[in-house]
Write a protein that binds this ligand. Structure first.
Ligand code: ADP
Ligand code: MG
Length: 557
C-alpha cells in the first residue's frame, strides 16, 4: 500500500518539480519531510506570503510553475496574496494548501483552521481545484501544472484535504493514476494574415515604436526580438521588468525619451505588455489619440482592452517574432532617420539633465546619489539579479539602475505591490544560483523583513540594501509626533542580519555604500546594508501622485 503523501511527492517529481517553497505545519509537515527525503529541495519561510512570492518569481524565471505549500486557513490566506499577485502578473505558480476535514468544514461545525479554501481562492486564481480522492492526485496535479503554464500563465490553487493525504491506496492503482504532463505550454503560432497585417501597419509608420513588456521577457524570445528590432531599426521602450531584454545601453532604446516617444509615435507595437495603468491606459496627456496599435499577446481578450487595436497578433511571442522575422521582406520596414534622430536628441538632453542630479553628492545622501553609488558597485556585475520595491526607491531605481541581461530585474510589477522583496530575492537566488541585490525602501522592507533569517539559514548570496529615510515616502520632521507615514527615526536595520550571523553595514555616504556593496558581493554571503538617506528626500506616492486622492481639508504637505 501507499498513501496520499507519497503520491503527491511522486506526481510532483514525475513532472520535474525540483523545489518547493513553503511553511510547515498541520497537515503538510510530513508531506514536506517526505518531499525533502525524496530529493526535492525544500525552502522553508517565516511567512507564507514570502514563500508564495518566491514560488511566483521562480515560475517567472523558469517557465515552470513555482510550487508553494502552506497549512490550512490562516496559512493558506497568507499565501493567497502571493497567488493573486502571481495571477495579476501572469507568473505561473501553484499554491498547494492542506485543508481541514470537509465534512466538518462544509457544515461549519467549527473545525481547527476551518475554511472553504477552494471558494476563497477561486476569484484570485487562474484556476482552482480540490483533490478529493487519493486516486485523483495524479490527474489533479497534472491539471494544476497545465493551467499554470499554458496560454497566459497564472496562479493556480490546489486544495489537498488532510484526509486525502492520509488515505491509503494500493501501489498498482497508485502507479497507474500518475500523469506526466506532455507539452504543458505548447507554442501558439499566430495566424499568417495577422502577421502580414501587423508588418504592413508598421511599414506604413513614420514614427514607429515597440513597447516590450514582461510577457516578452517571460517568453524567452530574446534572439527573435533582438533580430526584429535591429533589422527594422524601430526604437523600443522596455517596461520595468522587460529592462535588459535588450540592454538599456542599446542605441535604439528610447527609455530616456519615454514621454516623447510615446506621445509622438504614430504606430506602437505592444509586445507582452498590457495597456493598463502603467501605460496610462493609452490615454491623454501621455498618448495621442491618433496613434495606431499592433498588439502581440497570447491572450485574445487582452486585445482592445483600453484602446482599439488595429493589428492584433494573438500567439506566443517566440512564435510571433519568429513569424515576423520570416515574413519581413528586405526593406519592407524602412529606417525612419528623422524620428530616431529626434529621439536620440531628446535622450541626450535628458541624460545630461539627469547627470547633474546623479553627480551631486549631498549629505545626507538622497535617492539619486545613493543609487549612483549602488550603480557604481554593480557596473562590473551584470549577472546580479535586482529586486526592487518601495515608492521612490522603485521609481528612481528603475531609471538609474541599467540592466544588461533579460529577466534580471524583478520588481513590484502590475499591482505595484509592496512586500515581494525578500520572497523574490530568495526565489531568484535559489533558482539561479546567482547573486541577488534587493534595493528596498525602508517601508517596503518591513513587509518581508523576517525572511532575512531565511536568507541566512540557507546562506544565500543576497544583499539587501535599505534606503532608510525613516518613513513611507519620507520621514517626519525631527521631533514631530509620528504621522501615518512615519517610521522609527534612525532604525538600525543592519542589526537584524547580525542577529542571524550575516554581515551588517551602516553607511551614510556614497563611497561607503559602493564599498559595502562591493564587499558584500565579493563575499557571496548574506548581507544587509542600511543606507541612511535624507528623511526629507522622497515625494508622497512617488511618481504616481495622481492616483492618490487628497482631501481639500487635509493639512498641506
Ligand atoms: P508589463 O507590466 O511589463 O507591461 P504585463 O504583465 O502588463 O507586462 O503584460 C504581460 C502580457 O504578456 C500579458 O498580457 C500576457 O498575456 C502576455 N504574455 C505572457 N506570456 C506570453 C507569451 N509567451 N507570449 C505572448 N504573450 C504573453
Ligand atoms: Mg522610506
Amino acid at each position: 500500500m501507499t498513501d496520499g503523501f507519497h503520491l503527491v511527492v511522486e506526481a510532483l517529481k514525475l513532472n520535474g518539480v525540483d523545489t518547493i517553497y513553503g511553511v510547515a505545519g498541520i497537515p503538510i509537515t510530513d508531506l514536506l519531510r517526505l518531499a525533502q527525503n525524496e530529493g526535492i529541495r525544500y525552502i522553508g519561510f517565516r511567512h507564507e506570503q514570502s514563500a508564495g512570492n518566491a514560488a511566483a518569481i521562480a515560475g517567472y524565471l523558469t517557465q515552470k510553475p513555482g510550487i508553494c505549500m502552506t497549512v490550512s486557513a490562516p496559512g493558506f490566506l497568507n499565501g493567497l496574496v502571493a497567488l493573486a499577485n502571481a495571477t495579476t502578473n501572469c507568473f505561473p505558480m501553484i499554491l498547494i494548501s492542506g485543508s481541514s476535514d470537509r465534512a466538518i468544514v462544509d457544515l461549519e461545525q467549527g473545525d481547527y483552521e476551518e475554511m472553504d479554501q477552494l471558494a476563497a481562492a477561486r476569484p484570485y486564481a487562474k484556476a482552482a481545484y480540490r483533490i478529493n480522492r487519493p486516486q485523483d492526485i495524479g490527474i489533479g496535479i497534472a491539471r494544476a501544472i497545465r493551467a499554470a503554464v499554458s496560454g497566459r500563465p497564472g496562479g493556480v490553487y490546489l486544495d489537498l484535504t488532510a484526509e486525502v493525504l492520509g488515505s491509503a491506496l494500493d501501489v498498482e492503482t497508485a502507479k497507474k493514476s500518475l500523469v506526466k504532463v506532455v507539452d504543458p505550454a505548447p507554442p501558439q503560432p499566430p495566424a499568417p494574415a495577422s502577421v502580414a497585417r501587423a508588418l504592413d501597419l508598421l511599414a506604413s509608420a513614420q514614427r514607429p515604436l515597440v513597447i516590450l513588456g514582461k510577457g516578452a521577457a517571460y517568453a524567452r524570445a530574446d534572439e527573435e526580438i533582438r533580430s526584429f528590432i535591429e533589422t527594422t531599426g524601430i526604437p523600443f521602450l522596455p517596461m520595468s521588468m522587460a529592462k535588459g531584454l535588450l540592454p538599456d545601453e542599446h542605441p535604439q532604446s528610447a527609455a530616456a525619451a519615454r514621454s516623447y516617444a510615446i506621445g509622438n509615435a504614430d504606430v506602437v507595437m505592444l509586445a507582452g505588455a498590457r495597456m493598463n495603468w502603467l501605460l496610462s491606459h493609452g490615454r491623454a496627456p501621455l498618448w495621442s489619440e491618433n496613434t495606431r496599435f499592433v498588439q502581440v499577446d497570447i491572450s485574445p481578450t487582452e486585445i482592445d482592452s483600453n484602446r482599439a487595436i488595429a493589428a492584433p497578433v494573438v500567439g506566443d511571442i517566440k512564435s510571433v517574432f519568429a513569424a515576423f522575422n520570416a515574413a519581413l521582406k528586405p526593406g519592407q520596414i524602412k529606417r525612419q532617420a528623422a524620428w530616431t534622430d529626434e529621439i536620440g536628441k531628446r535622450k541626450q538632453q535628458n541624460v545630461e539633465r539627469m547627470a547633474a542630479r546623479l553627480n551631486a553628492d549631498p549629505s545626507p545622501m538622497n535617492f539619486s546619489s545613493a543609487l549612483r553609488a549602488v550603480r557604481n558597485a554593480l557596473a562590473t556585475q551584470p549577472d546580479v539579479y535586482i529586486v526592487n520595491e518601495g515608492a521612490n526607491t522603485l521609481d528612481f531605481g528603475r531609471n538609474i539602475i541599467d540592466m544588461d541581461k533579460p529577466r534580471h530585474r524583478l520588481d513590484s510589477g502590475t499591482w505595484g505591490i509592496m512586500g515581494i522583496g525578500m520572497g523574490y530575492a530568495v526565489g531568484a537566488a535559489v533558482e539561479t544560483g546567482k547573486p541577488v541585490v534587493a534595493i528596498e525602501g525602508d517601508s517596503a522592507f518591513g513587509f518581508s523583513g523576517m525572511e532575512i533569517e531565511t536568507i541566512c539559514r540557507y546562506e544565500l548570496p543576497v544583499t539587501t540594501i535599505i534606503f532608510n529615510n525613516n518613513g513611507v515616502y519620507r520621514g517626519d520632521a525631527p521631533g514631530a509626533p509620528y504621522s501615518p507615514t512615519g517610521l522609527l527615526r534612525g532604525a538600525r536595520y543592519e542589526k537584524i542580519i547580525e542577529a542571524f550571523g550575516g554581515a551588517g553595514y551602516h553607511v551614510t555616504d556614497t563611497p561607503s555604500l559602493t564599498k559595502a556593496l562591493s564587499d558584500a558581493l565579493a563575499s557571496g554571503k548574506p548581507a544587509l546594508i542600511n543606507a541612511v538617506i535624507d528623511p526629507t528626500a522622497g515625494t508622497e506616492s512617488g511618481h504616481i501622485q495622481s492616483l492618490n486622492p487628497r482631501s481639500a481639508a487635509a493639512p498641506k504637505k
